[in-house]
Design a protein around this ligand. Structure first.
Ligand code: SF4
Length: 454
């Protein structure tokens, strides 16, 4: 996994890359417009951050409280240490129900656990019911964004996919027409499925309930038509009290899409009569991250995607360039915790401008953690060409004499050396950059001559 190489592939289509950048920036602008309607926005962020800090500091206590209250409500609670256990639990429930058709609403956790390929291997037909997810499922692609999974595709791409898979009119890019076709197609799937799988946006320890937020109502449709509902949640999706929900729901909708409220915020507290409700609590490396003091608060993330929409690197390199389930700035601090070697280029996929931390509704210090990861990675990799050049730079910049001599040398030599010294495949700096015109003298010499000029 190499982010710069993957980004180069994305950037080959210049027009699409530009369009991707502009589209995500529009979402960022929508977010800005909506948050400015709330004078107490910063207080809300601070409160959310404190609630999450508190919850993470007592995670074991609140998880047990959730389990106790959910069980008392009639929910069957399962614990999964890792992705394999999560998938096996679901596989077993489906086997018991002799179920071969499943509908699933958007869940980043099930992507993280690679649930779809696991179930497909068992001969189960899993249909993603979120429109964006269904589109990328047709293409056998992972999501490129956690809130807008098909944001890398244009209307014309979707029209071509639907023409091939749903036999819509060739070349018709009318969103209403295409959405209607998807609706008819999904309606059939909803009616067939006996089991519905969903994610969880927030679980409330105090009441044993959980909340799912969607704009399409697809989670509700699936759950209410099926006999069994399986909800999958990462253990960090917990909040202590129901009254905390208002804080997070206000932050989530505005940060994610610039809406003042998500269309459907559905609460699930107990199974309907004659139906089953399962809740799977998944660890999959989260307690390891909790144990890393510098990176612990990345677990506060409510998966709004705002850090992606604002990130100049994400916007210009696309979600697939990160090679991980969660891309963008937050993905770049979560993924190295899963596999440091594999994801070692991700913390460097940042300008460290801090825009991600500025928009984060739960005040995660994302850019500072990216910087921390860079240091961890550099330490783990031992000496590198970059490390050696930094040592050399340190020697030059801390000695006025060395600085003066190296300046003179560079001014003289760069005029005569061949361009290939700078512009060659081994020097990534030279890719897409030009040296400025060389000055004839140092700034110090220039200043000495010009300091007395009016
Ligand atoms: S890190 Fe913050 S901004 Fe990024 S997805 Fe998570 S909550 Fe949203």
């Amino acid at each position: 996994m190499n982010h710069p190489e993957n980004a180069t592939v994305f950037l080959k289509d210049v027009a699409r890359a530009k369009w991707h950048d502009e589209t995500l920036w529009i979402v960022r602008e929508k977010r800005d417009a909506t948050i400015h309607q709330i004078p107490e926005w910063e207080e809300l962020r601070e409160l959310a951050s404190q609630i999450k800090d508190h919850t993470l500091s007592k995670l074991d206590f609140y998880l047990e409280e959730l389990e106790k209250n959910a069980t008392a409500n009639g929910i069957k609670v399962h614990w999964a240490e890792n992705a394999a256990e999560h998938n096996q639990i679901i596989g077993k429930i489906l086997e018991e129900k002799n179920c071969k058709d499943v509908v699933k609403s958007k869940s980043i956790l099930t992507e993280e656990c690679h649930l779809n390929p696991f179930l497909e291997e068992q001969g189960i037909d899993v249909v993603d019911t979120d429109l964006g997810e269904r589109i990328i499922q047709f293409l056998k692609q992972p999501p490129s964004h956690i809130v807008m999974p098909a944001i890398h595709l244009k209307k014309s791409d979707i029209s071509a996919i639907f023409h091939e898979r749903l036999h819509t009119e060739k070349g018709n890019i009318d969103p209403v027409y295409l959405t209607h076709a998807a609706r008819l197609h999904l309606r059939e799937k909803f009616l067939q499925a006996k089991v519905a799988i969903t994610g969880v946006n927030f679980a409330v320890a105090e009441t044993g309930e959980f909340v799912i937020c969607t704009n399409e109502g697809n989670a509700d449709m699936g759950v209410h038509l099926a006999d069994t509902h399986i909800a999958c949640m990462g253990i960090e999706k917990l909040i202590p009290r129901r009254k905390d929900l208002g804080v997070f729901l206000r932050l989530l909708a505005r940060s994610a899409t610039g809406q003042s409220i998500t269309n459907y915020n559905s609460h699930f507290r107990s199974p309907s009569p004659g139906k089953e409700l399962h809740l799977i609590l998944v660890n999959n490396g989260r307690t390891k991250q909790l144990g890393r003091e510098k990176f612990r608060n990345s677990l506060k993330c409510i998966r709004c995607g705002a850090c992606m929409n604002t990130c100049p690197i994400y916007r210009r390199s696309g979600g697939f360039s990160y090679g991980s389930t969660v891309p963008g700035p937050i993905g770049s601090i979560l993924s190295p915790g899963i596999d440091l070697k594999k994801y070692s280029t991700l913390p460097f996929a940042s300008t460290l401008c801090g825009s991600c931390s500025d928009v984060c509704p739960v005040k995660i210090n994302i850019h500072e953690q990216l910087y921390e990861w860079r240091q961890e990675i550099t330490k783990a990799q031992g000496s590198s060409l970059k490390g050696l050049s930094m040592k050399l730079a340190d020697g030059i910049f801390t000695s006025p004499l060395a600085y003066k001599i190296s300046g003179q040398l560079m001014r003289a030599s760069l005029k005569t050396l061949p361009d290939s010294i700078i512009y060659n495949p081994l020097n990534v700096w030279g890719k897409g950059r030009n040296l400025p015109e060389l000055p004839t003298e140092s700034f110090k010499d220039w200043y000495k001559k010009n300091r007395n000029r009016a």
